[in-house]
Design a protein around this ligand. Structure first.
Ligand code: TYD
Length: 132
């Protein structure tokens, strides 16, 4: 089965007067072993980040704070748009999707990644991505 990008709904434990906790665990919502966690923050709203695809990396992304817009494209030109506007919501991104990302002023992006950082796993040239 070929994976597609999709929303993930995290359950939240808690209530308004005490706050909430959400959980992501391997095999329960996370379809890969997590080998790296990173977060990005203080991204000005006018900056478009991403502009790359990964050859083999799988990711789950959560906007733990603020709003993050994701545009994804596969090699066949199919496009997907996701709005992360709640810490209870994530997206699963399989390998092979070109992404552009826009952040609201206070957004913090949390990424659970299947592998350690490897620049050789990046495709940063859009024309190369479309030709593979
Ligand atoms: P990049 O993945 O291109 O960021 P974005 O998609 O948010 O625009 O990474 C930006 C820079 O940070 C790039 O020079 C690589 C470096 N980096 C690491 O060294 N380790 C990491 O785990 C990540 C995600 C990035």
């Amino acid at each position: 089965m070929i994976d597609s990008p999709r929303y993930i709904e995290f359950s939240s434990i808690g209530q308004p007067d005490i706050g909430y906790i959400s959980i992501a665990e391997y095999q329960d919502l996370v379809p890969f072993k997590i080998n790296r966690v990173y977060w990005t923050y203080f991204t000005p709203n006018h900056v478009i980040r991403g502009n790359h695809a990964h050859k083999s990396l799988k990711q789950i992304i959560v906007a733990v704070c603020g709003v993050i817009d994701f545009k994804l494209e596969d090699r066949d030109g199919n496009t997907y748009e996701f709005v992360l506007d709640s810490p209870e919501k994530g997206i699963f991104i399989p390998e092979g999707y070109w992404r552009t990302i826009r952040f609201s002023h206070s957004a913090v992006l949390l990424c659970l990644a299947s592998d350690k950082y490897d620049e050789n796993d990046y495709i940063r040239d859009y024309s190369v991505f479309k030709k593979i």
